[in-house]
Design a protein around this ligand. Sequence first.
Ligand code: AHR
Length: 544
Amino acid sequence: MTIDEITTQSTVTRILALVVGWMLWAALPAAAAESIDARVTIEADKPGPRIDPNIYGQFVEHLGRGVYEGIWVGEDSHIPNVRGIRNDVVAALRRIHVPLVRWPGGCFAELYHWRDGIGARHERPRNVNSAWGDEPETNAFGTHEFMDFLEQIGAKAFLSVNVTTGTPGEARDWLQYMTEPADSALGRQRAANGHPQPYEVPFVGIGNETWGCGGNMTASYYADVYRLYASALRSPGRQLIASDANSDDYGWTETLLDKALYRHSRSFAESAQLAYVSRQAQINMMSIHFYTFSGNDWGKKSPAVAFSASEWATSMLRTSRTDEMIQRHSAILDKYDPERQVALSFSEWGTWWAKNDKQPSNLYQQNTLRDAVIAGLTLNIFQSHADRVRMANIAQTINVLQSMILTSGKQMVLTPTYHVFDLYKVHQGAALLPTNVATGDYTSGNVTLPAISVSASRKDNGPVHISLVNLDPDREAHVTLSLNGMKTRSASARVLTAAAMDAHNDFDAPDRLAPRELKEISIRGSNVNVRAPAKSIAVIELRP
Ligand code: AHR
C-alpha cells in the first residue's frame, strides 16, 4: 500500500474500519487475541558490512541420492537433462542465485581420488562409497561434470581436498589439472578430456572434519597438516579454508590459529628477521560445522515430521546457539587476527533429523515449516555477523538432510527451506543495516527465546529489505518497524507459513507451502506495522 493510497482514504471509511476492527478484535477468543509485541528500529542510512553472497552457499556430497539422481541422471535418461545434468534442478537452483557449491564431501571427500572421476565415463573405476554404507560409486559424476553443473547453475567451486587417504601432491595435481593453461602437462590432460579452457577454483578446503572422519587428528597435528597442504596449494586469488572446529570446540580454534595462522618461526630472532612473512596469514577462512537436531544430543534426534511442540522448542534453542558459537570463535579470532582478515565459514550447517524406515535413501529427510524457520533464523544470525561470517554451505542441496530440493525419479519438489533461500536472496551483497529489536519472548517448557528475529539490509539507496522470523508456533507478532534515515513511501511483504508446524511439500502436493503476499502491512506516519503470523518467515520490502 502506498502513502498516497492511505492518505486518500476518506475519513468515513477510516472511522468505519476502526469500528469494525474494534468489534472484530473484541470478538476474538482470549487465546487468539494474545500476540507478541515487537518494536524494530532500523538505521537505513548507516550501512554496515556487506553481506557476503557466499553465506548462501550449498554443499553437495556423494551420499544417498544427493548427486546420483539429484543432479546426475546421465545423458540417456528419460529425465530431461543437458549433458547428463537434470534440467528441473538446474532451473530451480538458478532461481535462488546459488553463489558457490562445496563438493565432493563431507566424509566422502576424505576417500575421494580425483583421477577416478575423469576421462571416458565407461572406463572409470566402480568403487564403493565406504563413507556412506558402501553405496556403489560409479564415478560418472567427476570433476568435469561438477564444473559443468556449476556453469549451468551459475555458481563457483569450493573443492574439499582429501587429507586422510590422499597426499598434498595429489591435491596439488588436481588443482593444476583444473586451473593450469592447456599447454601445461596437466592442463593438456584436461583439454584432452574436453575442456581446454582452465577452470576457476576460488575456494579450497583442506580436509573435512579432521577431528573425525577426516583423519581422527588432534588440533595440533592437523595444524601441521594444514601448513603442509597450504604450502602445496597456495596460489594468488585462491582462498584456503581450514578444517572445521566441531561446533563449540573452541580449543580447536585456539590451537589451530596459534600454530597455523601465520607462516612464522617460533624463534624470536628469526621472526624479527622475517617480520613481513610472519604477518602473512595462511588461513583465509576457518570453518565450523554445526547441525541442528532437537536438543543437544546426537543420539536423540527428533523425527522430521509429526514432532512435538517441545521438539519444536528445543530445535529453536539449538539453532539459536549459532550466535553464541560465532561470538566465541570470533573472540579467539580477534586475538590472533585483530585486522579481521580471516573469515568464518559455516561449511556445514542445517537440520539433522532421526532416521526412519521409510526414507528412500541415506540421510534423506522430509523438510517442513520447522526447517524453514530454522533456516531463516540461522541466516539472520549469519548476517548479523557479516564482518566475520563470509561463507556458509547448507547441508545438503538435494535429497540429503536439509535440502532445497527433493526428487523421486522424474518428479521434483521444492522444500520450505528452498523458499526461504528464494525470499532471502535480496540480501545477497547488500549492506547490513544496524537494527535494534525489542520483542516479547517465546516460552515453551524450559526454553525461552526472543520470539522474533530480524535482519535488515540495503543496496545503495534502494529499498530496505527486512527478513522477519516469528519462531513462536502459536502466536502472531505485531511488529512496529521504525526506520531512521529513510522515508518509506510504499511497502510490501511475502511470507511463508502454514497452520501445522510440520507442514511440508510432497510429490502429491508439491505447492502446499509457498510464499504468498503478506497483506497485513501498513504505513502509519513514520512507522510500518506488520502482523507476522505464528511460525512464519517474511521478507519485507520498504521502498523510499
Ligand atoms: O553432511 C553429512 C556429513 O556430516 C558430512 O559428510 C560430514 O562432514 C558431517 O559429519
